[in-house]
Ligand binder design. Structure first.
Ligand code: NAG
Ligand code: NAG
Ligand code: NAG
Length: 255
């Protein structure tokens, strides 16, 4: 039997709509945070107008997902300092961009020019290192379930090698996020390179707020896939302070 062409067209449109809708998962939508619930995506973590971080009161990780394929992430972690265990470094990272779901895997592609990282080693240096940050991520799988103990939605992400991340709990739905469009177009970010080095010297406020002293750096897919970041950490911890200001230019970073 031959279908009338109008019918065929309607059917293929319906199929296309279904295919698009299928690539997202309403269970993922919302703002998720690790247990401390103090590091959260949105304007409370990164201020894109002033182009600076706002240090949360506790370390943690947060991800937000929209129903139409956008994500945002906020990381605030302490890095153990073997030379001086009482004085860990702090690292803050922010990215946003688009995500897709492919055969159960979650693929995150950031807007490359928007991501930021702040590395602070207060005992070694007065100044923090503020750079661009651009790292795509693959989670091999994920699951959303109701946490029986807390009676709250819980997101388990599994890294590219299948190892689980710390569970995250639903904080807001719909999510709390900065605008999901590119915030720092390449042109203006590049122009900023010639301005001044003061952005590199920005102090990270540490007015007695908590960085856990016994924090053990966890091996994360993001870390192992980002040699630039290890370069920075290695440089900071080995104390080649005089090189810091040449770093960003040599790395091709314009911040
Ligand atoms: C997490 O913090 C947010 C904002 O302070 C609050 O609205 C929410 O109830 C908290 N969630 C949990 C599970 O504590
Ligand atoms: C889809 O995922 C399943 C389970 O992880 C895996 O066994 C299968 O090979 C994947 N299929 C494709 C096409 O990647
Ligand atoms: C951002 O990272 C991706 C890979 O993760 C790379 O392909 C891309 O060129 C990078 N973009 C910039 C502007 O650095």
């Amino acid at each position: 039997m031959r279908l009338p062409s109008a019918y065929a067209l309607t059917a293929s449109l319906a199929f296309a709509t279904l295919a698009v809708a299928d690539s997202y998962d309403s269970d993922l939508v919302g703002t998720w945070s690790t247990k401390s619930n103090k590091t959260l995506t949105g304007p409370g973590f990164y201020n894109p107008v002033a182009d600076e971080f706002i240090e949360p009161s506790r370390t943690g990780i947060s991800y937000s997902f929209t129903s139409d394929g956008y994500y945002e992430e906020a990381y605030y972690r302490a890095i153990a300092n073997p030379q001086n265990p009482a004085c860990p470094s702090g690292i803050m990272q922010w990215q946003h961009g688009t995500y897709t779901i492919d055969n159960g895997s979650l693929l995150l592609t950031p807007f490359a020019v928007d991501g930021r990282q702040l590395l602070s080693s207060p005992c070694e240096y007065d100044n923090s290192i503020y750079t661009r940050y651009n790292q795509s991520e693959t989670f091999k799988s994920y699951e959303v379930l109701t946490d029986a103990y807390h009676n709250i939605q819980r997101l388990n992400l599994f890294e590219f090698d299948g190892s689980p991340m710390n569970p995250m709990y639903l904080v807001y739905s719909p999510p709390e996020m900065l605008p999901t469009s590119t915030l720092n177009p390449t042109t203006s970010a590049t122009a900023g390179a010639t301005s001044t080095s003061s952005s590199k010297k920005r102090n990270m406020k540490r007015d007695g707020r908590e960085v856990p002293l016994n924090f053990k750096m966890q091996k994360k897919g993001m870390d192992t896939m980002n040699p630039d970041r290890w370069w920075w950490i290695g440089l900071t911890l080995t104390g080649v302070g005089g090189l810091l200001y040449f770093g960003p230019r040599r790395m091709g970073l314009s911040i």
